[in-house]
Write a protein that binds this ligand. Sequence first.
Ligand code: NDP
Length: 241
Amino acid sequence: MARTAIVTGGSRGIGRAIAEALKNDGCTVAATYAGNDAAAAQFKEETGINVYKWDVGDYESCKAGVAEIEAAHGPTDILVNNAGITRDGFFHKMSPAQWAEVMRADLDSVFNMSRQVFPGMRERKFGRIINISSVNGQKGQMGQTNYSAAKAGMIGFTRALSQEGAFKGVTVNAVAPGYIGTEMVAAMDDKVLEKIVAQIPVGRLGEASEIANCVSFLADDKAGFITGAVLTANGGQYIAS
Ligand code: NDP
């Protein structure tokens, strides 16, 4: 069955690969982004996927944005909460703004977006919510108390909401990527990156398409018995139970 999907932060990086994979799976996909109009326009031209611009950290914008997408594409069957940012810094120097920006974009967004689509999914007795967490939400990472807390929060959210959705055919799962070669990671200091790659048993960064494959699997009708799970894809860097 053709499904409709929303991918937040779908215009670049991992989100772009997810949007493309879901399209290839036969879904009608809408991708959201925050402000990089040039990247979004290029993405739309290259993929034919419609883009929508708003801040997923803002509840009312999510309400209006999802309504606009659903008016164009129909009810949302699949939501991928992928949008995220980093504002790294050691905790003793971290500003309230660094903390709040990450919480807003990475964790509040998950509430803001899921809250729009979950009631309809329950009513229609089908839904897939897939949250892109991080290995650093599982193990913690120095310099990222804000990001690690937000990404760990996504996992708690996933486990709790999965219990509310299960009986109604709505699965809620998380994917926890390790280090993937996107702009977010390219922005890191070369020496830090070298040390990180040295800790990855497969000996390389992951590819965005490898995370997209995980999402494609969890979004499929065939994955209906999997809910509340955290699928780790980190090249063996961290083996989580
Ligand atoms: P990118 O920085 O490449 O892309 C981020 C995307 O999210 C962009 O489309 C951006 O829009 C959008 N976005 C950011 N903030 C907002 C906001 N407030 N409202 C709406 N859209 C927003 O990120 P990655 O592809 O690297 O990461 C994607 C997800 O995967 C993130 O949640 C990240 O934490 C997670 N992750 C990434 C890893 C990695 O190694 N890259 C590892 C583990 C997890 P715009 O283009 O307009 O800026």
